[in-house]
Design a protein around this ligand. Structure first.
Ligand SMILES: NC(=O)c1ccc[n+]([C@@H]2O[C@H](COP(=O)([O-])OP(=O)(O)OC[C@H]3O[C@@H](n4cnc5c(N)ncnc54)[C@H](O)[C@@H]3O)[C@@H](O)[C@H]2O)c1
Length: 321
């Protein structure tokens, strides 16, 4: 089976491409390399450089495919506030174009990268898929709009699963070397705290939250566990159905716990600095992952130390891309 991986030059999409190939799938990648890297795409994948907004590029990329993993998107919360039009265009119009071209090519299997940002500030923890969706950023709003679009599309036969990721972390050692986060700017905690120095300590935004150690709690999932869930989702698609499923660890880690894990892996203290709380930051974001267990027979296998160690090794490896 050939799978189209949109956004396959990005962090998560490049890991998906490598893991699919290693498990015997054929892969075509469609990416405009706006935030991704051509050299992250495994050599055995067919590569189409182009945008999800281009009818011709999407039609070309879909040739010979039977299913789609749709990762391509703009995904920075802060940037989405500054450039909401860009986010609506790429995320919503780009997905509309993809769905139209899939329908023309009679391809009816889709696994979509949704996000915890569709929920906004939670009223109940852990967050289930039944929770209210009140995104607090244009990024979350666009992803929610796509989830709704897919629900409509499933009424005409599409088989789809939206996976709502919490914080993805870690790296994957593919046959060709490490695949890891190379975002610019990097907004994610783990790669940033591994680069923390005495001159530039990592900022902890508030140590007076109502949590066990006063720092915010977030739910982290290893990128390999995440892609395992995608492959299980592909095997569990049902015609005319759109399922929405959370992916996280189901537990969560405080910022202090993540810093401690990093300190243990590196064998030294991580320089930190307490800064004031950021407005709009909820104290705790934890996924309820029971639906993923029930529908996909999936459970995360890798904890926070594993995520930190793999990120660290990928940053240091000479083969790192
Ligand atoms: N990283 C996380 O923690 C996280 C959490 C929740 C959801 N997600 C979602 O997962 C997906 C992948 O995230 P990531 O962290 O790998 O981001 P990324 O920026 O590394 O990857 C996105 C890829 O999409 C490509 N792309 C962007 N616009 C495009 C366009 N118009 N046409 C074709 N390709 C385009 C980029 O070049 C890049 O390679 C995104 O949809 C994101 O919203 C990520």
């Amino acid at each position: 089976m050939r799978v189209l991986v949109t956004g396959g030059a990005g962090y998560i999409g490049s890991v998906a491409t490598a893991m699919l190939l290693e498990r015997g799938f054929d892969v075509t990648v469609l990416d405009d390399c706006s935030t991704g890297h051509r050299d992250a795409v495994a050599g055995a994948a067919k590569f189409v450089e182009g945008s999800v907004l281009s009818t011709d590029s999407v039609a070309l990329a879909l040739t010979g495919c039977s299913a789609v993993f749709h990762f391509a998107a703009k995904s920075l919360v802060g940037e989405s506030v500054e450039k909401p039009d860009l986010y609506f265009d790429v995320n919503v119009n780009g997905t509309r174009n993809l769905l139209d071209q899939m329908s023309k090519a009679k391809i009816s299997k889709l696994v979509f990268s949704s996000t915890a940002a569709t929920y906004g500030e939670p009223e109940v923890i852990p967050i289930t898929e039944e929770a209210n969706t009140k995104p607090t950023s244009p990024y979350g709003t666009t992803k929610l709009a796509v989830d709704k679009m897919i629900t409509e599309e499933a009424k005409s036969g599409l088989a789809a699963i939206s996976l709502r990721y919490f914080n993805v972390a870690g790296a994957y050692k593919s046959k060709a070397g490490w695949l890891a986060e190379r975002h610019n700017p990097e907004t994610h905690l783990i790669p940033n705290l591994l680069r923390s120095t005495r001159d530039k300590p990592i900022k902890i935004f508030g140590n007076d939250w109502p949590t066990k150690d006063g720092t915010c709690i977030r739910d982290y999932i290893h990128v390999v566990d995440l892609i395992d869930a995608h492959i299980l989702a592909l095997e569990n698609l049902a015609s005319g159905q759109h399922k929405i499923i959370n992916l996280g660890s189901g537990g969560g880690y405080s910022v202090t716990e993540v810093v401690s894990a990093a300190s243990k892996v590196l064998g030294r203290d991580i320089p930190t600095e307490i800064a004031s709380r950021r407005s709009g930051d909820p104290a705790v974001l934890i996924a309820d992952i029971s639906l993923a267990a029930q529908c996909l027979n999936w459970a995360p296998k890798r904890g926070i130390e594993n995520m930190v160690r793999d990120t660290w090794e990928s940053q240091n490896a000479s083969t790192s891309k």
